[in-house]
Structure formats: C-alpha cells, structure tokens
Design a protein around this ligand. Structure first.
Ligand SMILES: Cc1cc2nc3c(=O)[nH]c(=O)nc-3n(C[C@H](O)[C@H](O)[C@H](O)COP(=O)(O)O)c2cc1C
Length: 387
C-alpha cells in the first residue's frame, strides 16, 4: 500500500490543542476511541513491553470530579490569567482564553481519556518510562484528528495525581500521563502553528551548528554556517530587552567585539538604523564594520546585518520569548552570504574550508556564550533589585 504522504502530514501538522472548538453536544462512541487506542498501541515501547493502560471516563459524576480537581490544580489560574490578559494583546492571551474555557467545560466533554503506564520513573536521568508511552498517546490524538475528533493534552491536574489516581482506582506503581478530553470538533479545518523552522533548531554533527542550506560535502561558506546560544533568564522581558538593544553591552564580555556607536545621531535601536561595530582578533587585527538593524520588534526581536545590507557578511539576531517564570533569550548568528574576514583565510587555504568554518563558528559561539551569560547575570540582578 502506498502511504498518502499529504494526508499523513496534514494530520501530523494540524493536531492542535482543541478546546474552544470541542463539540460538547455530540456523543462520541466508545468504538472510535477503542479504534484509536488500537492504532496508538502500534507505537514502540522499551523492551517491547505492552505496559500502557488507558482509562476512558464516561460517567458524568466522575467527569465532574475530574473537572473539579482540574479547576483546583490549574483551571482557576487559567481563568484568572484569561481575565487579566483579555484585550491586552499579550502573547498568551489566546491560549489562556482557550485554556480557561476548557477548565470551565471539562465535565461536559463526551469522554475524558487518561493514558497510564505500569511503572514509576526511576529518577535515573534516562527518559525511561515516559519514552514508552508519550509517542503512543500522541498517535492516539493524531488518529482521532484524522477522524474528525479533537483532543487537548493536559497535565495541570497531575499536580494532584494522587487524588486523580484515588478517584479512578489507579493502583500504586502506575503512572498517569495526561488528561485528554475527547470530542468531535466544530469544523475540521485546523491550521499549522507557528514553530521554529527545522534549520534554526537542528544541528549537524555538533550542538548549535546550524546551516542555512546544505551543507555540501564538504561544507562551505556558501552553505550559510551559523550558531546559536540560548539561556533561560529568571527575569521579565522588560528586564532583558534594554540589555540586548544596548549595542555596546557585549564589549566587556566578548574577546572579539570591542564596542559600537550609532551613526548619524540615531541614538538608539530602530528598524533601518545603522551603527559601527569595532572588533579585534589575533589573526585579523582591528577593524570596524557597518551594521544595519534589519529586525526590530519591540521586546521580541533585535537583529542586524554587517557590511552590506543586501549581501551581508554576517547576520546577528537576539530573540526573546516569555516562558513559565522566565524569559528565554536566543542569540544567533549566520555567516554570509556576503564576504567577511573569514573569506581571506578560506582563499589562502581553500582545502581547509570546512575546518576554518568549524573553528570560526566555535570561536563565535564562545564569545556569544560569554555575552549571554553576562546578560543573564545583569537581568537577574535587575529583576532581584526590583522585587
Ligand atoms: C506536557 C503538556 C502539558 C499541557 N498541559 C495543559 C493543560 O494542563 N491545560 C491546557 O489547557 N493545555 C495544556 N497543554 C496544551 C498546550 O497548552 C498546547 O499544546 C499549546 O498551547 C500549543 O497549542 P497547539 O498544541 O495547538 O499547538 C499541554 C501540552 C503539553 C505538551
């Protein structure tokens, strides 16, 4: 049988966390749930042991108790967050609206499925246990999606997992994985969600080594080698943003970057603004490079290209994202496509191009790590001061 790739990809890329569009009025047969569990059970497990056990809750009284527990463990928070964020345009506004709705209506879901696995995590540091069940539960969600049903993977309730286990009679020594409302969806069109492109979060052969294209064999400058450094900072976006848009901040921390100044009295960061960066390197000497701000989204993204706006020698970018209790900072670099200092070294030793690129990337990464560490220290100190 030939697999219809488009259908598989469509199901895989549009299996969303469905909450607002769960059809709470339409009954769901047990048969379709069993069918999807049969499909899910084809997923792999360590040692090929069939240890997954599934609870399908249909009894309205039990669903009501689950909903009550869910409300106490996460629902109240979600409702509070929805009310606080309503109309603010905050990145979490939509998610919280949807999450709060589910909290208010969980008991009305036609079925609530709780996948479990026999065993408890051994704390060994290996993913153990979870890696024999999560892929199967996701297959379950995708199989339902392919049939016109929706799910939402929730774990808030597991903060009181013992109470849930007691309610459902789950024996000691078993682990509950999630609480998944199941319903037909209102409409079947769901969109892909914005996610990082694979090339920005996948590395070839060594952590944090990215490529815009290829890489060729052997890798070359035209492949767009790059790198990225990330840190979770215990501070707000407001604490971190002024540091990443301070173009001179890195000078005290990087061994190569020595300072920067805005051109033409622009005085601060904005889209299209130009600054001059000063650098020093034992093999290259000292040099200044014009930089052009090409990405600027307040409190979210600050990026610039060097040398030539249309054919940059390098592309630098800071990005910020709010995550639970912290701000994630991402600092990335792409070398090229235009020429920069590295091209002289490649021209002198063309047969060593892959090695030169690898070393240059590692060198940049070390300096970027120093800058990120310093931003983290400064932002966390600022956050502690403002408490
Ligand atoms: C481990 C995990 C726990 C989650 N817990 C909850 C939860 O308790 N309540 C909820 O409404 N959504 C929960 N979600 C759903 C996420 O909020 C959702 O996946 C995210 O908003 C992205 O939406 P999408 O899956 O439609 O792309 C959870 C998802 C995962 C993977």
């Amino acid at each position: 049988m030939t697999i219809d790739v488009n259908s598989v990809d469509e199901a895989l890329t549009t299996t969303r966390a469905v909450r607002l569009r769960l059809d709470l009025e339409r009954a769901v047969d047990n048969d379709i749930i069993y069918e999807c569990i049969d499909i899910a059970e084809q997923a792999p497990s360590g040692g090929n042991q069939g240890s997954r056990r599934w609870i399908i809750v249909r009894d309205p009284a039990v669903k009501a108790k689950i909903a009550e527990l869910y409300m106490a463990t996460g629902g109240e928070f979600m409702i509070g967050a929805r009310d606080k964020l309503a109309g603010t345009g905050h990145p979490q506004e939509k998610v919280m609206k949807s999450a709060a709705y589910l909290a208010e209506h969980l008991a009305e879901a036609p079925a609530i499925v709780i996948p479990t696995i026999i065993g408890t995590h051994d704390g060994s540091g290996r993913p153990g246990l979870f890696d024999s069940v999560i892929q199967s539960v996701w297959s379950f969600c995708v199989a339902l999606r392919a049939r016109g049903l929706g799910t939402s993977w929730t774990t808030a309730i597991l903060g009181k997992g013992d109470k849930l286990a007691e309610l459902l009679g789950v024996p000691d020594g078993n682990t509950q994985i999630a609480v998944i409302p199941v319903a037909w969806t209102k409409g079947t069109d769901f969109k892909q969600a914005p996610r990082y492109p694979a090339r920005e979060i996948s590395f070839i052969d060594r952590y944090a080594h990215t490529w815009v294209s290829g890489p060729s064999d052997p890798p070359c400058h035209a492949d767009g080698p790059g790198t990225v450094v990330e840190a979770d900072i215990k501070a707000s976006v407001d604490d971190v943003w002024p540091l990443i848009t301070d173009i001179s901040f890195g000078a005290d921390h990087s061994e190569e970057f020595k300072g920067a100044r805005w051109v033409d009295d622009v005085g601060g960061p904005s889209l299209g603004a130009e600054f001059i960066g000063s650098n020093v390197h034992p093999a290259i000497g000292e040099w200044d490079v014009p930089c052009f701000v090409h990405r600027y989204v307040e409190r979210t993204e600050f990026g610039w290209v060097t040398s030539d706006h249309d054919n940059p020698g390098a592309q630098w970018r800071f990005e910020l994202a709010s995550i639970a209790g912290a701000t994630r900072l991402r600092y990335s670099l792409i070398i090229g496509p235009g020429p920069s200092g590295i091209n002289a070294a490649i021209s002198a030793m063309p047969d060593k191009e892959p090695r030169i690129l690898f070393r240059r990337i590692e060198e940049h990464r070390t300096n970027m790590q120093r800058v990120v560490d310093a931003i983290k220290r400064a932002a966390e100190a600022a956050a502690a001061d403002s408490v």
